[in-house]
Design a protein around this ligand. Sequence first.
Ligand code: FAD
Ligand code: NAD
Length: 477
Amino acid sequence: PADQLEVDQSKKTLVILGTGWGSVSLLKNLDTENYNVIVISPRNYFLFTPLLPSCTTGTIEHRSIMEPIRNILRHKKRAVRFYEAEATKIDYEKKIIYAKDDSDVKGDTMETEVPFDMLVVGVGAENATFGIPGVREHACFLKEVGDAQKIRKQIMDCVETATFKDQSQDEIKRLLHMVVVGGGPTGVEFAGELQDFFQEDLLKWVPQIKDDFHVTLVEALPNVLPMFSKQLIDYTESSFKEEHIEIRTKTMVKNVTDKFIEAEISKPDGTKAIEKIPYGLLVWATGNALRPVVKDLMSQISAQKNARRGLEVNEYLVVNGTENIWAVGDCAVANYAPTAQVAAQEGAFLARLFNTMAKTDAIETEMRELSAKQSSAKAEERTAILNEITERQKQLRRVKQIGPFQYSHQGSLAYIGAEKAVADVSWFSGNIASGGTMTYLFWKSAYLSMCFSTRNRVLVAFDWLKAKFFGRDVSRE
Ligand code: FAD
Ligand code: NAD
Protein backbone atom coordinates (compact mmCIF):
# COMPACT_ATOMS: atom_id res chain seq x y z
CA PRO A 1 0.00 0.00 0.00
CA ALA A 2 1.12 3.56 -0.76
CA ASP A 3 1.15 4.64 2.90
CA GLN A 4 3.69 1.94 3.67
CA LEU A 5 6.10 3.85 1.48
CA GLU A 6 5.99 6.78 3.90
CA VAL A 7 9.02 7.28 6.10
CA ASP A 8 8.41 5.96 9.62
CA GLN A 9 10.18 8.41 11.95
CA SER A 10 10.66 5.74 14.62
CA LYS A 11 12.80 3.67 12.23
CA LYS A 12 16.24 4.30 10.79
CA THR A 13 16.56 5.04 7.09
CA LEU A 14 18.75 2.48 5.36
CA VAL A 15 19.91 3.45 1.88
CA ILE A 16 21.32 0.74 -0.38
CA LEU A 17 23.28 1.73 -3.46
CA GLY A 18 23.27 -0.65 -6.44
CA THR A 19 21.21 -3.60 -7.66
CA GLY A 20 24.06 -6.03 -8.29
CA TRP A 21 25.16 -9.20 -6.54
CA GLY A 22 25.94 -7.63 -3.17
CA SER A 23 22.94 -5.31 -2.81
CA VAL A 24 20.36 -7.77 -4.13
CA SER A 25 21.58 -10.55 -1.87
CA LEU A 26 21.21 -8.12 1.06
CA LEU A 27 17.71 -7.11 -0.08
CA LYS A 28 16.62 -10.70 -0.54
CA ASN A 29 17.50 -11.58 3.05
CA LEU A 30 16.68 -8.30 4.81
CA ASP A 31 13.63 -7.95 7.05
CA THR A 32 12.41 -4.62 5.66
CA GLU A 33 9.95 -4.13 8.55
CA ASN A 34 12.81 -2.83 10.67
CA TYR A 35 13.98 0.08 8.53
CA ASN A 36 12.86 2.66 5.99
CA VAL A 37 14.65 1.04 3.05
CA ILE A 38 15.57 3.02 -0.05
CA VAL A 39 17.41 1.53 -3.03
CA ILE A 40 19.20 3.75 -5.54
CA SER A 41 20.68 2.32 -8.73
CA PRO A 42 20.93 3.37 -12.37
CA ARG A 43 19.83 -0.17 -13.29
CA ASN A 44 16.29 -1.28 -12.41
CA TYR A 45 17.21 -4.95 -12.63
CA PHE A 46 19.62 -7.53 -11.28
CA LEU A 47 21.99 -9.03 -13.84
CA PHE A 48 23.28 -12.60 -13.60
CA THR A 49 26.80 -11.76 -14.84
CA PRO A 50 28.20 -15.33 -15.10
CA LEU A 51 26.11 -15.91 -18.23
CA LEU A 52 26.73 -12.49 -19.79
CA PRO A 53 29.48 -13.76 -22.14
CA SER A 54 26.85 -16.07 -23.70
CA CYS A 55 24.72 -13.02 -24.59
CA THR A 56 27.42 -11.63 -26.89
CA THR A 57 26.76 -14.31 -29.48
CA GLY A 58 23.06 -14.92 -28.85
CA THR A 59 23.50 -18.30 -27.15
CA ILE A 60 21.42 -16.69 -24.41
CA GLU A 61 19.14 -13.68 -24.86
CA HIS A 62 20.02 -10.92 -22.40
CA ARG A 63 16.52 -10.63 -20.91
CA SER A 64 16.77 -14.24 -19.75
CA ILE A 65 19.44 -13.26 -17.20
CA MET A 66 17.82 -10.03 -16.01
CA GLU A 67 15.44 -9.89 -13.05
CA PRO A 68 13.47 -6.66 -12.51
CA ILE A 69 14.24 -5.12 -9.13
CA ARG A 70 10.54 -4.26 -8.77
CA ASN A 71 9.80 -7.97 -8.86
CA ILE A 72 12.33 -8.60 -6.10
CA LEU A 73 11.03 -5.72 -3.96
CA ARG A 74 7.33 -6.46 -4.25
CA HIS A 75 7.77 -9.62 -2.19
CA LYS A 76 9.19 -7.73 0.80
CA LYS A 77 7.13 -7.48 4.00
CA ARG A 78 7.35 -3.68 4.18
CA ALA A 79 7.52 -1.61 1.00
CA VAL A 80 10.92 -0.46 -0.24
CA ARG A 81 11.43 2.68 -2.28
CA PHE A 82 13.43 2.35 -5.48
CA TYR A 83 14.92 5.30 -7.36
CA GLU A 84 16.44 4.61 -10.76
CA ALA A 85 19.35 7.00 -10.50
CA GLU A 86 23.08 7.17 -10.09
CA ALA A 87 24.56 8.24 -6.78
CA THR A 88 26.92 11.02 -7.87
CA LYS A 89 28.18 11.90 -4.39
CA ILE A 90 28.00 10.53 -0.88
CA ASP A 91 28.37 13.29 1.71
CA TYR A 92 29.70 11.39 4.69
CA GLU A 93 29.49 14.25 7.23
CA LYS A 94 25.98 15.39 6.27
CA LYS A 95 24.72 11.82 5.70
CA ILE A 96 23.26 12.68 2.31
CA ILE A 97 23.34 10.93 -1.07
CA TYR A 98 23.18 13.12 -4.16
CA ALA A 99 21.36 11.21 -6.89
CA LYS A 100 21.01 11.96 -10.58
CA ASP A 101 18.42 10.49 -12.92
CA ASP A 102 20.18 9.80 -16.20
CA SER A 103 17.22 8.37 -18.13
CA ASP A 104 16.39 9.38 -21.69
CA VAL A 105 12.97 10.60 -20.60
CA LYS A 106 13.53 13.90 -18.84
CA GLY A 107 11.30 14.90 -15.92
CA ASP A 108 11.24 18.32 -14.27
CA THR A 109 13.34 16.88 -11.45
CA MET A 110 16.45 15.02 -12.53
CA GLU A 111 18.59 15.50 -9.41
CA THR A 112 17.80 15.05 -5.73
CA GLU A 113 19.22 14.50 -2.24
CA VAL A 114 18.46 11.43 -0.14
CA PRO A 115 19.35 11.53 3.57
CA PHE A 116 20.41 8.33 5.34
CA ASP A 117 21.06 7.01 8.82
CA MET A 118 22.70 3.83 7.54
CA LEU A 119 24.25 3.32 4.11
CA VAL A 120 25.35 0.26 2.15
CA VAL A 121 27.61 0.93 -0.82
CA GLY A 122 27.27 -1.84 -3.40
CA VAL A 123 28.04 0.05 -6.60
CA GLY A 124 30.50 -2.49 -8.02
CA ALA A 125 33.41 -1.37 -10.14
CA GLU A 126 34.04 0.07 -13.56
CA ASN A 127 36.27 -1.25 -16.33
CA ALA A 128 39.99 -0.77 -15.86
CA THR A 129 41.74 0.86 -18.82
CA PHE A 130 44.93 1.92 -16.99
CA GLY A 131 44.70 5.19 -18.93
CA ILE A 132 45.75 3.41 -22.13
CA PRO A 133 44.93 5.79 -24.99
CA GLY A 134 42.09 4.83 -27.32
CA VAL A 135 40.52 2.08 -25.18
CA ARG A 136 37.36 3.98 -24.23
CA GLU A 137 36.88 5.28 -27.79
CA HIS A 138 37.44 2.07 -29.74
CA ALA A 139 37.07 -1.04 -27.55
CA CYS A 140 33.95 -2.82 -26.33
CA PHE A 141 33.75 -3.78 -22.65
CA LEU A 142 31.89 -6.75 -21.21
CA LYS A 143 30.24 -5.79 -17.94
CA GLU A 144 26.68 -4.72 -18.63
CA VAL A 145 23.81 -5.83 -20.87
CA GLY A 146 24.45 -2.91 -23.23
CA ASP A 147 28.06 -4.06 -23.67
CA ALA A 148 26.97 -7.57 -24.69
CA GLN A 149 24.44 -6.14 -27.16
CA LYS A 150 27.07 -3.86 -28.66
CA ILE A 151 29.49 -6.77 -29.12
CA ARG A 152 26.79 -8.95 -30.68
CA LYS A 153 25.98 -6.25 -33.18
CA GLN A 154 29.62 -5.52 -33.94
CA ILE A 155 30.50 -9.17 -34.63
CA MET A 156 27.86 -9.30 -37.35
CA ASP A 157 28.83 -5.85 -38.58
CA CYS A 158 32.41 -7.07 -39.07
CA VAL A 159 31.19 -10.18 -40.92
CA GLU A 160 28.84 -8.27 -43.23
CA THR A 161 31.42 -5.53 -43.94
CA ALA A 162 34.14 -8.11 -44.62
CA THR A 163 31.94 -9.81 -47.21
CA PHE A 164 31.06 -6.56 -48.96
CA LYS A 165 31.81 -6.59 -52.70
CA ASP A 166 35.39 -5.67 -53.65
CA GLN A 167 36.71 -5.66 -50.07
CA SER A 168 40.51 -6.12 -50.22
CA GLN A 169 42.05 -9.28 -48.73
CA ASP A 170 43.98 -7.30 -46.10
CA GLU A 171 40.83 -5.51 -45.04
CA ILE A 172 38.87 -8.80 -44.88
CA LYS A 173 41.57 -10.23 -42.60
CA ARG A 174 41.49 -7.14 -40.37
CA LEU A 175 37.70 -7.02 -40.13
CA LEU A 176 37.51 -10.69 -39.22
CA HIS A 177 40.24 -10.50 -36.62
CA MET A 178 38.50 -10.59 -33.22
CA VAL A 179 40.91 -9.46 -30.52
CA VAL A 180 40.22 -9.96 -26.81
CA VAL A 181 42.51 -8.17 -24.35
CA GLY A 182 42.78 -9.69 -20.87
CA GLY A 183 43.24 -13.38 -20.14
CA GLY A 184 41.16 -13.40 -16.94
CA PRO A 185 37.94 -15.42 -16.87
CA THR A 186 35.93 -12.72 -18.70
CA GLY A 187 38.33 -12.68 -21.67
CA VAL A 188 38.67 -16.48 -21.76
CA GLU A 189 34.92 -17.13 -21.58
CA PHE A 190 34.17 -14.57 -24.26
CA ALA A 191 36.88 -15.93 -26.59
CA GLY A 192 35.43 -19.44 -26.13
CA GLU A 193 31.86 -18.28 -26.85
CA LEU A 194 32.96 -16.38 -29.93
CA GLN A 195 34.84 -19.31 -31.42
CA ASP A 196 31.77 -21.53 -30.75
CA PHE A 197 29.61 -19.04 -32.63
CA PHE A 198 32.01 -19.18 -35.57
CA GLN A 199 32.30 -22.97 -35.61
CA GLU A 200 28.66 -23.80 -35.00
CA ASP A 201 26.79 -21.07 -36.88
CA LEU A 202 28.78 -18.45 -38.78
CA LEU A 203 30.59 -21.10 -40.82
CA LYS A 204 27.22 -22.50 -41.94
CA TRP A 205 25.62 -19.16 -42.73
CA VAL A 206 28.64 -17.34 -44.19
CA PRO A 207 31.06 -20.06 -45.35
CA GLN A 208 33.28 -17.62 -47.29
CA ILE A 209 34.80 -16.30 -44.04
CA LYS A 210 36.19 -19.76 -43.23
CA ASP A 211 39.87 -18.95 -43.70
CA ASP A 212 39.85 -15.40 -42.37
CA PHE A 213 37.81 -15.41 -39.15
CA HIS A 214 40.25 -15.53 -36.28
CA VAL A 215 40.07 -15.05 -32.50
CA THR A 216 43.14 -13.86 -30.58
CA LEU A 217 43.41 -13.55 -26.80
CA VAL A 218 46.06 -11.07 -25.63
CA GLU A 219 47.44 -11.30 -22.08
CA ALA A 220 50.25 -9.32 -20.43
CA LEU A 221 51.23 -12.11 -17.98
CA PRO A 222 52.93 -15.40 -18.93
CA ASN A 223 49.63 -17.32 -18.72
CA VAL A 224 45.87 -16.93 -18.77
CA LEU A 225 43.43 -17.59 -15.87
CA PRO A 226 45.92 -16.87 -13.08
CA MET A 227 43.37 -17.75 -10.36
CA PHE A 228 43.05 -21.37 -11.57
CA SER A 229 45.43 -24.22 -10.78
CA LYS A 230 48.40 -24.84 -13.09
CA GLN A 231 46.84 -28.01 -14.47
CA LEU A 232 43.70 -26.12 -15.57
CA ILE A 233 45.71 -23.26 -17.05
CA ASP A 234 47.57 -25.81 -19.20
CA TYR A 235 44.30 -27.52 -20.09
CA THR A 236 42.73 -24.23 -21.16
CA GLU A 237 45.74 -23.25 -23.23
CA SER A 238 45.88 -26.59 -25.05
CA SER A 239 42.13 -26.60 -25.56
CA PHE A 240 42.29 -23.10 -27.11
CA LYS A 241 45.01 -24.37 -29.43
CA GLU A 242 42.74 -27.19 -30.63
CA GLU A 243 39.88 -24.74 -31.09
CA HIS A 244 42.22 -22.46 -33.15
CA ILE A 245 42.00 -19.58 -30.68
CA GLU A 246 45.39 -17.93 -30.59
CA ILE A 247 46.76 -16.97 -27.18
CA ARG A 248 49.37 -14.22 -27.11
CA THR A 249 50.83 -14.13 -23.60
CA LYS A 250 53.52 -11.69 -22.40
CA THR A 251 51.88 -9.18 -24.71
CA MET A 252 50.90 -5.91 -23.08
CA VAL A 253 48.67 -3.53 -24.99
CA LYS A 254 49.96 0.04 -24.79
CA ASN A 255 47.88 1.92 -27.33
CA VAL A 256 44.62 1.47 -29.22
CA THR A 257 43.59 3.07 -32.51
CA ASP A 258 40.40 2.54 -34.51
CA LYS A 259 41.97 -0.23 -36.62
CA PHE A 260 44.88 -1.74 -34.68
CA ILE A 261 46.34 -2.15 -31.21
CA GLU A 262 49.98 -1.58 -30.36
CA ALA A 263 51.38 -4.11 -27.94
CA GLU A 264 54.71 -4.60 -26.22
CA ILE A 265 55.88 -8.16 -26.65
CA SER A 266 58.39 -9.74 -24.28
CA LYS A 267 60.52 -12.14 -26.30
CA PRO A 268 62.10 -15.34 -24.90
CA ASP A 269 65.58 -13.71 -25.02
CA GLY A 270 64.33 -10.96 -22.69
CA THR A 271 64.14 -8.23 -25.33
CA LYS A 272 60.98 -6.29 -26.01
CA ALA A 273 59.35 -5.23 -29.25
CA ILE A 274 56.29 -3.24 -30.25
CA GLU A 275 53.85 -4.91 -32.63
CA LYS A 276 50.81 -3.51 -34.40
CA ILE A 277 47.90 -5.93 -34.41
CA PRO A 278 44.99 -5.02 -36.72
CA TYR A 279 41.50 -5.86 -35.50
CA GLY A 280 37.84 -5.65 -36.55
CA LEU A 281 36.38 -6.20 -33.08
CA LEU A 282 38.26 -5.35 -29.88
CA VAL A 283 36.93 -6.55 -26.54
CA TRP A 284 38.65 -5.12 -23.48
CA ALA A 285 38.51 -7.31 -20.35
CA THR A 286 41.38 -6.24 -18.11
CA GLY A 287 39.54 -6.21 -14.78
CA ASN A 288 38.16 -3.64 -12.38
CA ALA A 289 38.75 0.01 -11.47
CA LEU A 290 37.19 2.25 -8.81
CA ARG A 291 34.01 4.18 -9.57
CA PRO A 292 34.30 7.98 -9.11
CA VAL A 293 31.62 8.03 -6.36
CA VAL A 294 33.68 5.52 -4.36
CA LYS A 295 36.92 7.42 -4.94
CA ASP A 296 35.23 10.59 -3.74
CA LEU A 297 33.90 8.92 -0.57
CA MET A 298 37.37 7.56 0.17
CA SER A 299 38.80 11.07 -0.09
CA GLN A 300 36.40 12.26 2.66
CA ILE A 301 37.50 9.65 5.21
CA SER A 302 40.99 9.94 6.69
CA ALA A 303 41.13 6.21 7.57
CA GLN A 304 40.84 5.46 3.84
CA LYS A 305 43.78 7.57 2.77
CA ASN A 306 46.03 4.58 2.07
CA ALA A 307 43.29 2.56 0.39
CA ARG A 308 43.88 2.02 -3.31
CA ARG A 309 41.65 -0.74 -4.65
CA GLY A 310 38.40 0.20 -2.92
CA LEU A 311 36.71 0.97 0.38
CA GLU A 312 38.62 -0.80 3.14
CA VAL A 313 36.21 -2.53 5.49
CA ASN A 314 36.52 -4.30 8.85
CA GLU A 315 35.39 -7.88 9.56
CA TYR A 316 31.77 -6.69 9.87
CA LEU A 317 32.05 -4.93 6.47
CA VAL A 318 31.90 -1.49 8.12
CA VAL A 319 33.85 1.02 6.05
CA ASN A 320 36.96 1.81 8.13
CA GLY A 321 36.74 5.26 9.69
CA THR A 322 32.90 5.29 9.71
CA GLU A 323 30.18 3.85 11.93
CA ASN A 324 27.14 3.90 9.69
CA ILE A 325 28.50 2.96 6.26
CA TRP A 326 29.02 -0.61 5.03
CA ALA A 327 30.42 -1.76 1.69
CA VAL A 328 29.90 -5.00 -0.23
CA GLY A 329 31.18 -6.58 -3.43
CA ASP A 330 33.64 -5.20 -5.96
CA CYS A 331 33.83 -1.72 -4.37
CA ALA A 332 34.94 -3.13 -1.01
CA VAL A 333 38.39 -4.41 -0.10
CA ALA A 334 38.11 -7.33 2.30
CA ASN A 335 40.98 -9.49 1.01
CA TYR A 336 38.78 -11.56 -1.28
CA ALA A 337 38.67 -11.65 -5.09
CA PRO A 338 36.08 -9.38 -6.70
CA THR A 339 33.58 -12.12 -7.54
CA ALA A 340 29.83 -12.62 -7.47
CA GLN A 341 30.31 -15.37 -4.92
CA VAL A 342 31.99 -13.01 -2.45
CA ALA A 343 29.52 -10.16 -3.09
CA ALA A 344 26.50 -12.44 -2.56
CA GLN A 345 27.85 -13.84 0.70
CA GLU A 346 28.69 -10.35 1.95
CA GLY A 347 25.18 -9.12 1.12
CA ALA A 348 23.59 -12.06 2.96
CA PHE A 349 25.86 -11.42 5.96
CA LEU A 350 24.80 -7.75 6.12
CA ALA A 351 21.14 -8.76 6.04
CA ARG A 352 21.75 -11.03 9.05
CA LEU A 353 23.65 -8.26 10.79
CA PHE A 354 20.93 -5.65 10.19
CA ASN A 355 18.13 -8.02 11.18
CA THR A 356 20.05 -8.73 14.40
CA MET A 357 20.74 -5.05 15.06
CA ALA A 358 17.03 -4.29 14.78
CA LYS A 359 16.15 -7.12 17.15
CA THR A 360 18.81 -5.92 19.61
CA ASP A 361 17.39 -2.37 19.50
CA ALA A 362 13.89 -3.70 20.16
CA ILE A 363 14.99 -5.84 23.11
CA GLU A 364 17.02 -3.00 24.62
CA THR A 365 14.01 -0.66 24.40
CA GLU A 366 11.85 -3.28 26.12
CA MET A 367 14.48 -3.68 28.86
CA ARG A 368 14.56 0.08 29.46
CA GLU A 369 10.78 0.13 29.73
CA LEU A 370 10.79 -2.82 32.14
CA SER A 371 13.44 -1.17 34.36
CA ALA A 372 11.38 2.02 34.55
CA LYS A 373 8.28 -0.03 35.42
CA GLN A 374 10.19 -1.95 38.04
CA SER A 375 11.23 1.12 40.05
CA SER A 376 7.62 2.25 40.48
CA ALA A 377 6.12 -1.24 40.85
CA LYS A 378 4.71 -2.78 44.02
CA ALA A 379 6.92 -5.29 45.84
CA GLU A 380 4.87 -8.35 44.69
CA GLU A 381 5.15 -7.28 41.00
CA ARG A 382 8.89 -6.65 41.13
CA THR A 383 9.98 -10.29 41.05
CA ALA A 384 7.94 -10.95 37.92
CA ILE A 385 9.43 -7.88 36.20
CA LEU A 386 12.94 -8.89 37.26
CA ASN A 387 12.37 -12.35 35.75
CA GLU A 388 11.27 -10.74 32.51
CA ILE A 389 14.39 -8.56 32.44
CA THR A 390 16.60 -11.64 32.97
CA GLU A 391 14.78 -13.36 30.11
CA ARG A 392 15.41 -10.36 27.83
CA GLN A 393 19.10 -10.32 28.83
CA LYS A 394 19.38 -13.97 27.77
CA GLN A 395 17.63 -13.19 24.49
CA LEU A 396 19.99 -10.29 23.90
CA ARG A 397 23.06 -12.47 24.42
CA ARG A 398 21.71 -15.02 21.94
CA VAL A 399 20.91 -12.38 19.32
CA LYS A 400 24.25 -10.62 19.72
CA GLN A 401 26.12 -13.84 18.97
CA ILE A 402 26.60 -12.93 15.30
CA GLY A 403 30.29 -13.38 14.48
CA PRO A 404 32.35 -11.51 11.87
CA PHE A 405 31.96 -12.14 8.14
CA GLN A 406 33.61 -15.33 6.96
CA TYR A 407 33.82 -16.14 3.29
CA SER A 408 33.27 -19.73 2.25
CA HIS A 409 34.85 -20.40 -1.12
CA GLN A 410 32.78 -22.84 -3.20
CA GLY A 411 35.26 -22.93 -6.09
CA SER A 412 35.96 -21.32 -9.46
CA LEU A 413 34.25 -22.28 -12.70
CA ALA A 414 34.78 -21.02 -16.23
CA TYR A 415 33.51 -21.98 -19.69
CA ILE A 416 36.32 -22.29 -22.24
CA GLY A 417 34.39 -23.05 -25.44
CA ALA A 418 33.80 -26.24 -27.48
CA GLU A 419 31.52 -27.59 -24.73
CA LYS A 420 34.34 -27.69 -22.19
CA ALA A 421 34.72 -25.94 -18.86
CA VAL A 422 37.31 -25.79 -16.10
CA ALA A 423 36.52 -26.06 -12.40
CA ASP A 424 38.51 -25.71 -9.20
CA VAL A 425 35.94 -26.85 -6.70
CA SER A 426 36.26 -27.10 -2.93
CA TRP A 427 35.22 -30.52 -1.74
CA PHE A 428 35.12 -31.07 2.02
CA SER A 429 38.59 -29.88 3.09
CA GLY A 430 40.24 -30.58 -0.28
CA ASN A 431 40.13 -29.22 -3.79
CA ILE A 432 39.14 -30.89 -7.05
CA ALA A 433 40.48 -29.56 -10.34
CA SER A 434 38.69 -30.79 -13.44
CA GLY A 435 38.33 -29.79 -17.07
CA GLY A 436 36.36 -31.12 -20.03
CA THR A 437 32.88 -32.03 -21.20
CA MET A 438 31.66 -33.44 -17.87
CA THR A 439 32.81 -30.21 -16.21
CA TYR A 440 30.86 -28.33 -18.88
CA LEU A 441 27.69 -30.21 -17.90
CA PHE A 442 28.46 -29.39 -14.26
CA TRP A 443 29.01 -25.71 -15.25
CA LYS A 444 25.67 -25.66 -17.05
CA SER A 445 23.71 -27.22 -14.22
CA ALA A 446 25.47 -25.13 -11.56
CA TYR A 447 24.73 -21.85 -13.33
CA LEU A 448 21.20 -22.89 -14.19
CA SER A 449 20.51 -23.63 -10.54
CA MET A 450 22.13 -20.34 -9.48
CA CYS A 451 19.95 -18.20 -11.78
CA PHE A 452 17.96 -15.67 -9.81
CA SER A 453 14.44 -16.98 -10.38
CA THR A 454 12.55 -19.92 -11.84
CA ARG A 455 11.56 -17.60 -14.68
CA ASN A 456 15.27 -16.97 -15.44
CA ARG A 457 16.03 -20.69 -15.26
CA VAL A 458 13.27 -21.59 -17.70
CA LEU A 459 14.29 -18.81 -20.12
CA VAL A 460 17.98 -19.79 -20.04
CA ALA A 461 17.15 -23.49 -20.57
CA PHE A 462 14.94 -22.57 -23.55
CA ASP A 463 17.67 -20.32 -25.00
CA TRP A 464 20.14 -23.22 -24.83
CA LEU A 465 17.67 -25.54 -26.55
CA LYS A 466 16.84 -22.89 -29.15
CA ALA A 467 20.51 -22.33 -29.99
CA LYS A 468 21.09 -26.09 -30.22
CA PHE A 469 18.17 -26.82 -32.55
CA PHE A 470 17.88 -23.66 -34.67
CA GLY A 471 21.36 -22.17 -34.34
CA ARG A 472 22.11 -18.67 -33.05
CA ASP A 473 20.38 -15.76 -34.72
CA VAL A 474 22.83 -13.94 -37.00
CA SER A 475 20.63 -10.95 -37.87
CA ARG A 476 22.19 -7.65 -36.95
CA GLU A 477 19.81 -5.52 -34.91
P1 FAD B 1 27.65 -5.41 -9.51
O1 FAD B 1 27.01 -6.73 -9.59
O2 FAD B 1 28.48 -4.95 -10.65
O3 FAD B 1 26.53 -4.34 -9.20
C1 FAD B 1 26.79 -2.98 -9.05
C2 FAD B 1 25.46 -2.24 -9.02
O4 FAD B 1 25.68 -0.87 -8.70
C3 FAD B 1 24.76 -2.24 -10.38
O5 FAD B 1 23.39 -2.40 -10.18
C4 FAD B 1 25.05 -0.85 -10.92
O6 FAD B 1 24.08 -0.41 -11.84
C5 FAD B 1 25.02 -0.04 -9.64
N1 FAD B 1 25.73 1.24 -9.68
C6 FAD B 1 26.80 1.59 -10.41
N2 FAD B 1 27.15 2.86 -10.18
C7 FAD B 1 26.28 3.33 -9.26
C8 FAD B 1 26.11 4.59 -8.61
N3 FAD B 1 26.92 5.62 -8.85
N4 FAD B 1 25.08 4.73 -7.74
C9 FAD B 1 24.24 3.71 -7.48
N5 FAD B 1 24.36 2.49 -8.06
C10 FAD B 1 25.37 2.31 -8.92
N6 FAD B 1 31.87 -13.75 -10.54
C11 FAD B 1 31.74 -15.03 -10.13
O7 FAD B 1 31.84 -15.28 -8.92
N7 FAD B 1 31.47 -16.03 -11.01
C12 FAD B 1 31.33 -15.80 -12.34
O8 FAD B 1 31.10 -16.73 -13.12
C13 FAD B 1 31.43 -14.47 -12.81
N8 FAD B 1 31.30 -14.19 -14.12
C14 FAD B 1 31.40 -12.90 -14.54
C15 FAD B 1 31.25 -12.62 -15.90
C16 FAD B 1 31.36 -11.33 -16.36
C17 FAD B 1 31.20 -11.05 -17.82
C18 FAD B 1 31.63 -10.28 -15.45
C19 FAD B 1 31.74 -8.86 -15.94
C20 FAD B 1 31.81 -10.54 -14.10
C21 FAD B 1 31.70 -11.86 -13.64
N9 FAD B 1 31.87 -12.16 -12.29
C22 FAD B 1 31.72 -13.45 -11.86
C23 FAD B 1 32.19 -11.11 -11.33
C24 FAD B 1 30.90 -10.60 -10.67
O9 FAD B 1 29.96 -10.23 -11.64
C25 FAD B 1 31.18 -9.39 -9.80
O10 FAD B 1 32.18 -9.69 -8.87
C26 FAD B 1 29.91 -8.97 -9.08
O11 FAD B 1 28.99 -8.48 -10.03
C27 FAD B 1 30.17 -7.93 -8.02
O12 FAD B 1 28.97 -7.63 -7.40
P2 FAD B 1 28.67 -6.14 -6.91
O13 FAD B 1 27.35 -6.19 -6.22
O14 FAD B 1 29.82 -5.59 -6.17
O15 FAD B 1 28.59 -5.29 -8.25
P1 NAD C 1 40.92 -10.07 -14.31
O1 NAD C 1 41.41 -8.97 -13.45
O2 NAD C 1 40.66 -11.38 -13.70
O3 NAD C 1 41.92 -10.30 -15.52
C1 NAD C 1 42.39 -9.25 -16.31
C2 NAD C 1 43.62 -9.69 -17.08
O4 NAD C 1 43.99 -8.65 -17.98
C3 NAD C 1 44.83 -9.95 -16.18
O5 NAD C 1 45.27 -11.28 -16.37
C4 NAD C 1 45.85 -8.90 -16.63
O6 NAD C 1 47.17 -9.40 -16.62
C5 NAD C 1 45.39 -8.61 -18.06
N1 NAD C 1 45.81 -7.27 -18.52
C6 NAD C 1 45.71 -6.10 -17.85
N2 NAD C 1 46.16 -5.08 -18.61
C7 NAD C 1 46.55 -5.60 -19.78
C8 NAD C 1 47.10 -5.04 -20.98
N3 NAD C 1 47.32 -3.74 -21.10
N4 NAD C 1 47.38 -5.87 -22.00
C9 NAD C 1 47.15 -7.20 -21.90
N5 NAD C 1 46.64 -7.78 -20.80
C10 NAD C 1 46.34 -7.00 -19.75
O7 NAD C 1 39.60 -9.49 -15.03
P2 NAD C 1 38.23 -10.19 -15.46
O8 NAD C 1 38.46 -11.41 -16.24
O9 NAD C 1 37.41 -9.11 -16.05
O10 NAD C 1 37.59 -10.59 -14.07
C11 NAD C 1 37.22 -9.62 -13.09
C12 NAD C 1 36.75 -10.32 -11.83
O11 NAD C 1 35.54 -11.02 -12.10
C13 NAD C 1 37.74 -11.36 -11.32
O12 NAD C 1 37.74 -11.36 -9.93
C14 NAD C 1 37.19 -12.66 -11.82
O13 NAD C 1 37.51 -13.74 -10.97
C15 NAD C 1 35.69 -12.40 -11.83
N6 NAD C 1 35.09 -13.22 -12.90
C16 NAD C 1 34.90 -14.54 -12.63
C17 NAD C 1 34.41 -15.36 -13.63
C18 NAD C 1 34.23 -16.82 -13.34
O14 NAD C 1 34.39 -17.24 -12.22
N7 NAD C 1 33.87 -17.63 -14.32
C19 NAD C 1 34.10 -14.84 -14.90
C20 NAD C 1 34.34 -13.49 -15.14
C21 NAD C 1 34.84 -12.69 -14.12
